[in-house]
Design a protein around this ligand. Structure first.
Ligand code: AP5
Length: 219
């Protein structure tokens, strides 16, 4: 299966993508995680991307599309993939569809996670991440066993710099201005499936699985 998970910041894309990829044996590709890894490792890509991430702006299309094309060309993506955070502009959507069509492949579904702005801000403001293994927690809905420490490796949890209140507002504006308009093309192609993501993590996961099972039955 080839699936895109899309939605505003804080909708739960990363949280759900990890579970869905595990459930269906898909390669999980998060452009946000790849960019943050490049920043941590101080690669040329990381140096280029850092300012954009910190400001809540999108990294230029051609940079991200090249990154994704390289990853999707790897053998592990052959068994199917789940894209998390890509595409998020019309140009990226066109690039993805062209890339797949050149390879004789098609996209099976675009799952849109939707939640109200109040819930999104609450989730982002309470998010804590392990700098070592990238595991994501929430101080209320998914707390670590020991406050401030990762369950897996004990590292001190950190908050993402782009989860500062003014940057959250900018990321939401960028989503409305640049990502939402992209959804029309997927809707026109009958690929877009909207899933309410206001509920708890398990409820949302069950809804996504229900949607993907329906897509598989109708394929
Ligand atoms: P990216 O990392 O993709 O960030 P985002 O889209 O803003 O999304 P988030 O990671 O903030 O949220 P999420 O939806 O994954 O939520 P999560 O599961 O963590 O991108 C970051 C930046 O990289 C961009 O701003 C841009 O600069 C750049 N970039 C990335 N892709 C790009 C592209 N394609 N083109 C150009 N630039 C790109 O959940 C959030 C919190 O809520 C967590 O604490 C979690 O535990 C909690 N939570 C999750 N679900 C629930 C639930 N159901 N109930 C209660 N709590 C929940």
């Amino acid at each position: 299966m080839r699936v895109v998970l899309v939605g505003p910041p804080g909708a739960g894309k990363g949280t759900q993508a990890a579970r869905v990829a595990a459930r269906y044996g898909l390669a999980h590709l998060s452009t946000g995680d790849l960019l943050r890894e490049a920043i941590r490792e101080e690669t040329p890509l990381g140096r280029l991307a850092q300012g954009y991430l910190e400001a809540g702006e999108l990294v230029p299309d051609e940079v991200v599309t090249d990154l994704v094309a390289e990853r999707l060309s790897r053998p592990e993506s052959e068994r199917g993939f789940l894209l998390d955070g890509f595409p998020r502009t019309q140009a990226q959507a066109v690039a993805l569809l062209d890339f797949l069509s050149r390879r004789g492949q098609r996209l099976d579904a675009v799952v849109l996670l939707s939640a109200g702005e109040e819930a999104l801000v609450r989730r982002l403001a309470g998010r804590w991440t392990c700098p070592v293994c990238a595991r994501v927690y929430h101080e209320a809905s998914r707390p670590p066993r020991v406050a401030g420490r990762c369950d897996d490796d004990g590292a001190a949890l950190v908050q993402r710099p782009d989860d500062a209140p003014e940057t959250i507002r900018r990321r939401l504006a960028v989503y409305h201005g640049r990502t939402e308009p992209m959804l029309a093309e997927f809707r026109r192609r009958g690929l877009l499936h909207s899933v309410a993501a206001e509920g708890d993590i398990e409820t949302t996961f069950a809804r996504i699985v229900e949607t993907l099972e329906k897509v598989r039955r109708e394929a």
